[in-house]
Design a protein around this ligand. Structure first.
Ligand SMILES: C[S@@+](CC[C@H](N)C(=O)[O-])C[C@H]1O[C@@H](n2cnc3c(N)ncnc32)[C@H](O)[C@@H]1O
Length: 314
């Protein structure tokens, strides 16, 4: 018997690999991990296409009751489906270690992850440093441990992939005080909220790591038909509506001319990106190019937000 840990990719039911689909077909019990990422299609659609019923594995089940997922694999084949790749960004190594300790055979079936798909903006994966997670601030709770990592990447000329917070199945404490178990609707951090928080942290820490002129790329729904990629300064990207979740943000480091060429195509005012780049050192700057139309003022919605796939906005 096998515990299959299967990546679903980033798009919809079509993105499962042949190997992953074979694992689903031979499994009697199928779980879908549904709190670290979401697919662009509902669970019911997966059930119809795979011809299997699927149990949602929420955060509580994965973190506190993981044995409910792997122990049945002592008796029968079990699939644990994960959006993206099961071992990228949030890893599911804990479940794998515990299953192996029980003598259960584990097979990982890999798939596309946001950590690879981010390259579709033109930035080369080799030039990324630490990946950081940006948590949604709640009142006075404003963790900023991502800031030194962005600073470290910047000092080394590296890009930073910022993964943006997802809140799934959060308890509604007001309802709980009335004795009812209720959950708040899911919340997904947008590129705009992430930028607002990054600039707020910069205002407090004041180390000059980030500003409205910092060059960046906003990415939404990578791998889906409505995928959207826009490059610009943080000030410019603040004004862009990236639409439905999921969103990610890249803070750019130094860029190779090939990277500049592609970022130009995704620029908020198409073709404006290369004007940020100083010819002498290839580092991004919009403050010294003397061009009044450098797009760095962030005033008003961009005229040419470049959208790939369906919903092309120009
Ligand atoms: C824990 S990570 C994803 C891990 C997933 N296993 C993977 O390999 O892609 C979740 C975060 O990645 C980013 N993300 C995931 N899928 C995305 C997509 N299709 N487009 C843009 N960002 C995405 C979002 O910032 C999201 O909050």
């Amino acid at each position: 018997m096998v515990l299959f840990v299967v990546g679903l990719g980033l798009g919809d039911e079509d993105d499962i690999t042949v190997r992953g689909l074979k694992a689903v077909q031979r499994s009697e019990v199928i779980y879908l991990e549904a709190y670290t990422s979401v697919l662009g299609t509902p669970k019911e659609r997966l059930e119809t296409v795979f011809g299997k019923s699927i149990v949602i594995a929420d955060r509580n089940m994965v973190e506190s009751e993981a044995e409910r997922i792997y122990m049945p694999a002592k008796e029968t084949d079990v699939c644990f489906l994960v959006v993206g790749d099961p071992l990228c960004a949030t890893t599911h190594t804990d479940i794998i270690i515990r299953a192996k300790a029980e003598g259960i055979k584990v097979e990982v079936v890999h798939n596309t992850s946001v950590m690879g798909a981010v390259a579709s903006c033109g930035l080369q994966l080799y030039s990324f440093g630490y990946t950081v997670s940006i948590p949604l601030f709640e009142g006075e709770w404003r963790p900023d441990s991502f800031y030194p990592k962005i600073a470290y990447n910047k000092a080394g000329g590296m890009h930073t992939l910022c993964l943006l917070d997802i809140k799934m199945k959060e308890p509604d404490y007001e309802e709980m005080m009335r004795g009812r178990v209720r959950y708040l609707p899911p919340r997904f951090m947008t590129v705009n909220v992430a930028i607002g928080q990054l600039l707020a942290v910069e205002a407090v820490r004041g180390e000059g790591v980030l500003s409205r002129e910092t060059s960046a790329v906003g990415l939404a729904r990578l791998g889906q038909s409505t995928q959207m990629i826009v490059s610009g300064t943080l000030g410019e990207l603040l004004e862009v509506d990236f639409g439905k979740p999921l969103h990610s943000l890249v803070i750019c480091g130094e860029q190779h001319p090939c990277e500049v060429e592609l970022l130009d195509m995704f620029h908020v005012r198409k073709g404006g990106w290369s004007r940020y780049v100083r010819p002498d050192d290839n580092t991004s700057s919009s403050s010294d190019n003397g061009d009044e139309d450098d797009g760095a003022d962030g005033n008003g919605p961009p005229a040419h937000a470049h959208v790939t796939g369906e919903g092309l906005k120009q």
